[in-house]
Design a protein around this ligand. Structure first.
Ligand SMILES: *Cc1c(COP(=O)(O)O)cnc(C)c1O
Length: 360
């Protein structure tokens, strides 16, 4: 390190690509060193069990299972719900359909059938209905066994599905005899936006997956919750997939802090996303989508500045962004982004989008 490096520290990085970049808090790291541990595959890790009980209680479900990732959580849930050869109906923009490497088809012989998502994240009920065969006795057709909803819907802009819509989806599923799985990776953000406890949202589903590792800042982990029988099945599938973790309490300890201490601060992320969106919308060449949670989706349409170049220039200025979801840019606020970071990002966006007047 030269003296020049010390004299001119680099501008702090503003990481807006994802809330998965959140780092464990000091409290999490401390709890990880003193958590009581056991072998969780034997069912003897008290900290993992405590986390599972707390998650189940918060969601109003009978039981929950600690998973290494949201992807494995969704996969285990799909396999637990669906016999081979059945269909899972999931949004064409859903994480399950787009980002989970076709796991349910590969591992479970399940067909994941995409149903179009509208801009607000919902799927039209008529489009869901259309995925059910007219004649279920006709042996040509694979039968749906599960309907998946994602709330908030990430690729549609972090949009929040309203409770009335969830009620309609549940009624449709009940009428058709299929279960509902909620991919609630960011369910605490949805609950905040809707002004209800997470249990109210979970109440419209038979099973729920949510992530500890995103806005809640835990380093690793997701929870899958549902009936006791369902969770028993998820636990067996988790082992089959290689997700049985021995002293899982080391990680669960961080998850407990996430649930106890990190949900209350999500309002800061939503407020900062709102401020980022409003500031962006005031700039020429930025087309900003509605913001309901901690995500701002926008396009850049400025003369002489391609979107790719905008992202590249922002990176050079220390503001990390990425394209996500059909040519839009996603900026996500989280515990690693404070008010000054929002100001800094807006200043960079301003410098890139507002035509510079001749320098003095
Ligand atoms: C992140 C995410 C997942 C997957 O979680 P991982 O822990 O990254 O595997 C699933 N669904 C949604 C909606 C997500 O945002």
């Amino acid at each position: 390190m030269t003296s020049t490096d010390r004299d001119a520290p680099p501008a702090p990085l503003v990481e807006l690509r994802s809330d998965t970049f959140t780092l464990p808090t000091a409290r999490m790291l401390a709890e990880m060193t003193r958590a009581p541990l056991g072998d969780d595959v034997y069912g003897e890790d008290p900290t993992a069990r405590e986390l599972e009980e707390l998650a189940a209680e918060l969601l109003g479900m009978e039981d929950a299972c600690f998973m290494p990732s949201g992807t494995m959580g969704n996969l285990a849930a799909l396999l637990a719900h669906c016999p081979r050869g059945t269909k899972v109906l999931a949004g064409a923009e859903s994480d399950i359909y787009v980002y989970e490497a076709g796991g349910a088809s590969y591992c479970g012989g399940v067909i994941v059938e995409p149903v179009a998502n509208r801009a607000d994240g919902t799927m039209a009920l008529a489009d869901i209905e259309a995925a059910f065969p007219e004649d279920p006795d006709d042996p040509q057709f694979a039968l749906p066994a599960l309907l998946c909803v994602e709330n908030p819907q990430n690729r549609c802009g972090g949009r929040v599905l309203p409770l009335e819509y969830l009620a309609e989806v549940r009624a449709l599923a009940r009428a058709r005899g299929v279960a509902v799985h909620l991919d609630g990776a960011r369910i605490f953000n949805a609950a905040l936006a809707l002004g209800v406890p997470v249990s109210v949202i979970a109440g419209y589903a038979d099973s729920v997956q949510f992530c500890l590792s995103k806005g809640l800042s835990a380093p690793v982990g997701s929870m899958v919750a549902g009936s006791a029988e369902f969770v028993r099945s998820v636990r067996r599938i988790r082992k089959m997939l290689g997700g049985g973790m021995r002293q899982a309490g080391v990680l669960a300890a961080a998850g407990l802090v996430a649930l106890r201490e990190m949900t209350a601060r999500l309002g800061d992320d939503h407020a900062r996303a709102g401020r980022l969106a409003a500031g962006l919308a005031a700039l020429p060449g930025a087309v900003v989508e509605p913001v309901e949670t901690n995500m701002v989706f926008f396009r850049v349409d400025a003369p002489g500045l391609s979107q790719a170049r905008f992202i590249e220039r922002a990176w050079e200025e220390g503001v990390r962004l990425a394209e996500l979801g059909r040519g839009r840019i996603r900026a996500v606020t989280h515990a690693g982004v404070d008010d000054a970071d929002v100001d800094r990002a807006l200043a960079v966006f301003h410098s890139l989008l507002v035509p510079q007047t001749a320098a003095a």
